[in-house]
Write a protein that binds this ligand. Structure first.
Ligand SMILES: Nc1ncnc2c1ncn2[C@@H]1O[C@H](COP(=O)(O)OP(=O)(O)OP(=O)(O)O)[C@@H](O)[C@H]1O
Ligand SMILES: [Mg+2]
Length: 149
């Protein structure tokens, strides 16, 4: 008998498009960022429209130059846990569902930021994370196929 790896998969950019269809443009993404900060236990959230443009001489890849500003910055005073890093990397894979006091429900809200950018990035603890679902801007990244959530 031949055993094959056969499972359901979903195209990442298609999945993001579905999420965006459910999250109207406008202030929704900001609300989702504030909600996530609250769920993470933050006591303070700051949003900043940063109109500066930064230099492009020491980037990971030349294609990142267009993301050197202007930018919307969102800061809160909580930190990602290991579970948070795992959850945000799996669309629909939130572990918060079992934590009743949190606002989250679907594990997708963060992805509303794709209304604003193709390359959302964040810093927490010792990590800088950049999501490049189209595999366009970061070096050595290909458009990924995610397991269906
Ligand atoms: N600012 C943040 N601080 C810490 N963890 C975060 C933050 N933003 C997102 N996360 C992690 O990423 C996960 C996914 O966030 P996302 O907003 O997509 O879904 P959710 O908050 O779980 O549910 P909902 O779809 O209702 O927003 C969160 O469950 C959390 O673990
Ligand atoms: Mg959320």
């Amino acid at each position: 008998m031949l055993l094959e790896d056969f499972g359901q998969r979903v195209d990442l950019t298609r999945r993001i498009r579905e999420v965006l269809a459910n999250y109207p443009e406008g202030t929704t993404a900001l609300r989702e960022l504030i909600q996530n900060a609250d769920d993470a236990g933050a006591s303070r959230v700051r949003l900043c429209l940063d109109l500066r443009a930064h230099g492009a001489s020491s980037l990971l890849a030349p294609a990142l130059a267009q993301w050197q500003g202007p930018a919307l910055l969102a800061h809160n005073d909580a930190a990602f846990t290991d579970d948070d890093f795992a959850s945000i990397s799996r669309i629909g894979g939130s572990k918060k569902a079992s934590q009743a006091w949190k606002t989250s429900r679907f594990g997708v809200g963060f992805n509303s930021v794709y209304h604003l950018t193709n390359l959302p990035s964040f810093v927490s603890g010792k990590y800088v994370v950049m999501f490049d679902p189209q595999g366009t801007y970061l070096p050595n990244v290909s458009a990924q196929i995610l397991e269906s959530a």
